[in-house]
Design a binder for this molecule. Structure first.
Ligand SMILES: [Zn+2]
Ligand SMILES: [Zn+2]
Length: 389
């Protein structure tokens, strides 16, 4: 592995920063400690620092030479509402909050790259280090784009990286075009009429209506979506009633939809609305659908994906970069940045030891061994995008 020497030398520092962030997890748009720590470090390295971009977003800017070229490197800072099950020293200090997706590691890798690039300045142009809040379903990337982050910090190309448990240390995967699914959340409120559990004829049972809606929704993917397109409709919530002898007034079902094209998400929404109101009407009930797209599909630009894969291959060898990585049904809101600016996103192996935890698991931890590799990739990307002539 061709990790940059100077970055390998600061591995202990990187590990200390990562564990400190891990021990102090903060939820989306509440990253107050992290969004104070990141700018302090950036300023110490010698970057220009801009805070408060959509609440807790941070951008560090580094310029060298006179070239108008620019590149954006992005990391996410938020944690998840999960109770950590680990017992190591750097476990979460906060009940019910945990860095279970490795954003502590992503932030640290980008800080490591910023430190090296500020020291060496072996590039010609502008590097924007973008630290976004609220990646986990709360719209941090979209909020930063809407706030004009790329008007203030134009970036010819932007790059993001996510750790991947199950993929060996020293390996990367990427693909051109769609890579991760778009995501919507939905709630369907079925309104009936409450009654005594022994006198169903006096009410309209929303539990029965909602049950039939839940069953009917299963046919959207099999009957409405083209078989060659990929989509998921999962009902993950079903809430109704509090008592054994009361038919409740309403039932609420909720869940998530995933697809690799915005059109497919739209088609599913349309069918869900028709199906829910039609089935509910059949029972004399009424259904209201709240359908919210929380992430559009993540689509890698072909040229920038090849550039990113080449940069990774320089570090770990071509054999360790899978350029035709699997499609992933999970979502990532960096998609909103890629929808605005050309760029690409890559997965870095977090280790494939047996018993290792997946992200969003209470036993997960980011693998400190990969910090120098990820930081080196951010550095190489910037130096190759902004070469000195
Ligand atoms: Zn996550
Ligand atoms: Zn994540």
């Amino acid at each position: 592995m061709q990790i940059i020497d100077r970055i390998a030398q600061i591995h202990d520092d990187l590990t200390t920063w990562r564990r400190d962030i891990h021990a102090h997890p903060e939820l989306g748009f509440e990253e107050r400690r992290t969004s104070a720590l990141v700018p302090a470090k950036l300023a110490e390295f010698g970057c220009e620092v801009y805070r408060g971009i959509r609440k807790t977003g941070v951008v560090g800017r580094l310029r060298a030479g006179a070239s108008p070229r620019s590149v954006g490197l992005r990391a996410d800072m938020d944690a998840l509402p999960i109770q950590e099950a680990n017992s190591f020293d750097h476990r979460s200090r906060h009940d019910g909050r945990m860095h279970a997706c490795g954003h502590d590691g992503h932030t640290t890798m980008l800080l490591g790259a910023a430190r090296y690039l500020a020291e060496t300045r072996n590039f010609d142009g502008t590097i924007n280090f973008i630290f976004q809040p609220a990646e986990e379903g709360l719209g941090g990337a979209e909020a930063m784009v809407k706030e004009g982050v790329f008007d203030r910090f134009p970036s010819d190309a932007i790059f993001g990286m996510h750790n991947s448990p199950g993929l060996a240390v020293g390996k990367f995967t990427i693909r051109t075009g769609p890579m991760m699914a778009g995501c919507a959340f939905f709630d369907i409120t079925v309104a009936g009429r409450g009654a005594h559990g022994a006198r169903p004829e006096a009410g309209i049972d929303p539990v029965i209506a909602a049950s039939h809606i839940a069953a009917a929704l299963q046919t959207i993917v099999s009957r409405n979506v083209r078989p060659v397109d990929t989509a998921v409709v999962s009902i993950t919530r079903f809430h109704a009633g509090d008592a054994y002898n009361v038919i409740p007034e309403q039932a609420v079902i909720g869940g998530t939809v995933r697809a690799f094209e915005n059109e497919t998400l739209g088609l599913i929404e349309q069918n869900m609305r028709r199906m829910a109101s039609g089935v509910a009407a059949g029972f004399g009930a009424a259904a209201e659908v709240d359908f919210r797209v929380v992430a559009i599909p993540l689509i890698n630009d072909a040229t920038e994906a090849a550039f990113l894969a080449d940069s990774a291959a320089e570090l770990v060898g071509a054999d360790n970069v899978d350029r035709n990585g699997m499609l992933v049904m999970a979502s990532e809101d960096f998609s909103y940045m890629l929808n605005h600016s050309r760029g690409a996103y890559i997965r870095i192996g977090n280790g494939d030891e047996p018993g290792g935890c997946q992200v969003h698991n209470p036993g997960y931890d980011f693998n400190d061994a990969i910090l120098p590799l990820g930081a080196s990739l951010f550095v190489r990307l910037a130096e190759r995008k902004l070469p000195r002539t």
